[in-house]
Ligand binder design. Structure first.
Ligand code: NDP
Length: 292
């Protein structure tokens, strides 16, 4: 039997626990605060930003939503970041990715106070992840993947984990979390130049797909009884749907699911965990700010 890893239910539980922590912080006079900054008109980014703000409202986290026009300059954006860095109501700052092309995203990230970098993209936080320093912030999506493994009691120690994708947002931090002493997996990172990807993946006890290619991972990638985490969010045309498209992962769920011991569906797997972990990072930032 295959376990379908339910990200919606797991994220609900994470948020429920956070509610208690937020209440305790408020009783001590501290309300966690998150600033979300969107530059430009990208419709998908707009949806993400709105759902992050909504999650804050539902939890009682103070939030600021900054919607800046596409023509905002790099200097103007950096000025706003500096303003948020010193705003004591704000403990977390997030600049929604991707910004318009004229903005140098990495340069913007460098201006975020690492103690408020709840996305975990600042080099200080990247270093802390590699150093296994728990005071750092870990990118929300891989953190959510680890939370799912924990929630379902899936062992990682001594397992071979293959992570497909080497982005700074998902693939690399995911690999770092799996290889850390807390998880003790043996990790291989694959990418677009990896030779014999299906053959490599067939050696994986835990397979994480963070590629952005619809249904790339098929049955011939799977070691029997492997655990499969599908990070991909891809739109594919579907004339039968009112919107004209549907969302699929990087894994061909229908052919892979019967082979593995556990798998995340798309939607409803890794996706809901990302926002939950953003909320968790914001609460952590608030606690660190007040030495709690
Ligand atoms: P990137 O485009 O930054 O990275 C994709 C990685 O996949 C790259 O390392 C690339 O290799 C590799 N790759 C591309 N094609 C192949 C291939 N044919 N075979 C093997 N490797 C390949 O994407 P992200 O990491 O930002 O996102 C990955 C997916 O996760 C996307 O679908 C995205 O929408 C989704 N996502 C989901 C989130 C969630 O909340 N669930 C959050 C963030 C992302 P190379 O480096 O060689 O180019």
């Amino acid at each position: 039997m295959t376990t379908i890893i339910d990200g919606k239910e797991t994220s609900r539980r994470v948020l429920q626990n956070l509610r208690v922590e937020i209440e305790q912080l408020k009783q001590a006079g501290h309300t966690p605060g998150l600033a979300v900054v969107l530059v430009g008109e990208d419709p998908a980014s707009r949806v993400y930003v709105n759902s992050k703000v909504k999650a804050c409202e539902e939890l009682g986290i103070y939030s600021q939503k900054w919607t800046l026009p596409t023509e905002t300059t790099q200097d103007e954006l950096v000025q706003l970041i500096h303003q948020l860095n010193v705003d004591t109501r704000i403990h977390g700052i997030l600049v929604q990715s991707p910004p318009p092309e004229h903005i140098d995203e990495q340069a913007v990230i460098l201006n975020i106070d690492p103690r408020k970098d709840v996305d975990g993209f600042h080099p200080i936080n990247v270093a802390k992840l590699v150093l296994e320093d728990p005071s750092g912030f870990v990118p929300c999506t891989p953190l959510g993947c680890m939370e799912l493994l924990n929630a379902y009691g899936i062992p990682t120690q001594g397992k071979h984990a293959v992570v497909i994708g080497r982005s700074m947002i998902v693939g690399k931090p995911m690999a770092n979390l799996l290889v850390a002493r807390k998880a003790n997996a043996t990790v291989t990172i694959a990418h677009s130049r990896t030779a014999d990807l299906p053959g490599l993946c067939r050696t994986a006890d835990i397979l994480v797909a963070a590629v952005g290619r619809p249904c790339l991972v098929t049955a011939d990638f799977i070691k029997p009884r492997a655990v499969v985490l599908d990070v991909g969010i891809n739109r594919v045309e579907d004339a039968t749907r009112p919107r004209g498209y549907r969302i699929v992962g990087d894994v061909d769920f229908a052919s892979v699911q019967p082979l593995c011991s556990a798998i995340t569906p798309v939607p409803g797997g890794v996706g809901p965990m990302t926002i939950a972990m953003l909320m968790s990072n914001t609460v952590k930032a608030c606690k660190l700010a007040y030495g709690e």
